[in-house]
Design a protein around this ligand. Structure first.
Ligand SMILES: Nc1ncnc2c1ncn2[C@@H]1O[C@H](COP(=O)(O)OP(=O)(O)OP(=O)(O)O)[C@@H](O)[C@H]1O
Ligand SMILES: NC(=O)c1ccc[n+]([C@@H]2O[C@H](COP(=O)(O)O)[C@@H](O)[C@H]2O)c1
Length: 388
C-alpha cells in the first residue's frame, strides 16, 4: 500500500517557541518515514488565540513574530496564524478541520480556494502542493502532532468535550511525542475512546529526552538566568528587545573592555570584585599567537600593594603615580589600578618580557612579597595538556 501523505499540525501556546517545539516535528517525521506508512509533506504550527487566557500568555502578535523568527530558515515547518486572527479562542477540533478543508479545497476545488486565498494567509500550505494545484493530487491528511502532556490533558475534567476527542482522533489522527514522566500507552489503555481509535494514534518515543518547556524558559528569563541554546537566538533577542516575560539579561563577564565600552549584553562587574570572578572562558578573550600578556591575575592584599608601590622606582618615578596611598576602599582601588597599569606599560623590560606569554592562554600572575618586591610568576616550561 502506498504511504499516506500527511501534514503535521501542532496547536499550542508557543509562549515562547522553544527548540523542543521544533524538534518535536523532526522526531515525528523521522519516525513516520521509518515506519514506511506515511510521507510527511509539511508541518504547521498554529498558535492559540489571546482569548485562551492562559497565565502569562503574551500577545499573539509577539508569539507569531517569535515563531516567524524561529522558522525563518526552516524548509518544511510553517506558521498558520488563522487561530490568532479569529474573534476568540477556537477549539482544536475546529482548527484541524479548518486546515483540512482548506487543503482539500486547494487540492480538489480550485474555485473555492480563490475565495479563501483572498481572505487568509495560506503560506502554511507546502510550496510544492501549491505549485501543483492543477495536477492530479492524492489526498493529504492533517494529523494533530502533540506532546504526551497534551494527550494526557484529554483526561482533565471539563477541558475537552468527548465528541471533540472522538473527532480529532477518529477522523484525523494523533502523533504523540513522549515526554519525561509521561506514559501515553497507559493513558490510551485507561481511555475507552482512545482505545477505540488506537489504530489512529502513533506514539513516537523521544529517546534523547529534553524537558525544555516554555514555562521553564519564562522562569529563567525573569530571574535573569541564561536561556541560550533552549530557543532560537533571534527569538531570545526579540524577547529582550521587547521586554517580554519581564526578561532580564543574564550576567556575563566580558574581560578587556572598559566599563564605558561594555556591550549591553554584559553585566559590568565592579572593578574591586573582578579578581574574585571566574577565569575567563577562551571565547571572552581575543587571542593572538603568541598572546601578549594582558591578563594578569593580581591577588595582593592592600597593605602589601602599598609597600610595593612605594619601594618600586618604576612607580615612584612615574608622574601618574602621585597618588596618596589610599585610606578609603576607592583609593585602594586606584592604587591597585595604577599598579597594574605601571607594571604593564612602564615596567622594566625584564618585567615586560617575563610578562609575555609563551602560548595563547598562558596565565601570568604578579607576586608581591611582604618586603615590598614584585615579580611575575614564571611558569617555566609548563604547557597546557593540549599542547604537549
Ligand atoms: N519538551 C517537549 N517534549 C515533547 N513535546 C513538547 C515539549 N515541549 C512542548 N511540547 C509540545 O508542544 C506543543 C505546544 O506546547 P506548548 O506551547 O503548550 O509548550 P510547553 O512548552 O509545554 O508550554 P508551557 O510550559 O507554557 O505549558 C504541545 O503539544 C506540547 O506537548
Ligand atoms: N477543547 C479543546 O479543543 C481544547 C482544550 C484545551 C486546550 N486546547 C488546545 O490545546 C493547546 C494547549 O496549549 P497549552 O499546552 O499551551 O495550554 C492549545 O492550542 C489549546 O487551544 C484545546
Amino acid at each position: 500500500m502506498a504511504p499516506t501523505k500527511v501534514i503535521l499540525l501542532s496547536c499550542g501556546s508557543y509562549n515562547p517557541p522553544t527548540n523542543m517545539h521544533l524538534r518535536m516535528f523532526e522526531i515525528a517525521r523521522d519516525h513516520l518515514h521509518k515506519m514506511g506508512s506515511h510521507i510527511v509533506i509539511g508541518g504547521v504550527i498554529s498558535p492559540v488565540h489571546d482569548g485562551y487566557g492562559k497565565k502569562e500568555l503574551t500577545s499573539a502578535t509577539h508569539r507569531c513574530a517569535m515563531l516567524r523568527l524561529a522558522l525563518h530558515n526552516n524548509d518544511w515547518i510553517r506558521l498558520s496564524d488563522w487561530e490568532t486572527k479569529r474573534e476568540g479562542w477556537t477549539k482544536t477540533r475546529v482548527t484541524i478541520q479548518h486546515h483540512q478543508n482548506l487543503l482539500n479545497s486547494w487540492l480538489f476545488d480550485t474555485h473555492d480556494i480563490k475565495h479563501h486565498s483572498e481572505i487568509e494567509d495560506m503560506d502554511w500550505i507546502p510550496a510544492n502542493v501549491r505549485k501543483d494545484a492543477n495536477a492530479e493530487q492524492n489526498p493529504i491528511q492533517v494529523k494533530l502532532l502533540c506532546g504526551a502532556d497534551l494527550l494526557e490533558s484529554f483526561g482533565t475534567p471539563g477541558l475537552w468535550a468527548e465528541e471533540d476527542i472522538d473527532a480529532i482522533v477518529g477522523q484525523h489522527g494523533l502523533v504523540v511525542v513522549t515526554r519525561e514522566g509521561s506514559n501515553p500507552n497507559r493513558f490510551i489503555y485507561d481511555s475507552d475512546v482512545l482505545t477505540k481509535y488506537m489504530h489512529n494514534i502513533i506514539i513516537v518515543t523521544e529517546w534523547i529526552t529534553n524537558e525544555i518547556s516554555s514555562t521553564k524558559i519564562r522562569r529563567a528569563l525573569r530571574r535573569g538566568e541564561s536561556a541560550k541554546y533552549l530557543l532560537h537566538d533571534s527569538v531570545l533577542d526579540y524577547i529582550y528587545k521587547h521586554g517580554i516575560y519581564d526578561a532580564k539579561r543574564s550576567s556575563a563577564i566580558k574581560l578587556g573592555q572598559s566599563p564605558n565600552n561594555i556591550g549591553s549584553n554584559y553585566l559590568h562587574i565592579d572593578k574591586k570584585y573582578e579578581n574574585t570572578f571566574l577565569t575567563p572562558s577562551p571565547s571572552d578573550i581575543t587571542m593572538e599567537t603568541p598572546s601578549p600578556v594582558e591578563i594578569i591575575s593580581i591577588d595582593i592584599p592592600d597593605s602589601i600593594m602599598k609597600k610595593n608601590f612605594l619601594n618600586n622606582s618604576n612607580f615612584a618615578n612615574n608622574t601618574n603615580c602621585k597618588l596618596s596611598i589610599g585610606k578609603t576602599e576607592d583609593d585602594n582601588d586606584s592604587v591597585r589600578d595604577k599598579f597594574i597599569s605601571v607594571m604593564s606599560e612602564n615596567g622594566n623590560n625584564k618585567l615586560l618580557n617575563s610578562m609575555k606569554s609563551v602560548y595563547p592562554g598562558q596565565a601570568k600572575q604578579i607576586i608581591a612579597t611582604e618586603t615590598g618586591e614584585s615579580h611575575i610568576l614564571d611558569e617555566g616550561t609548563a604547557k597546557p595538556a593540549c599542547l604537549l
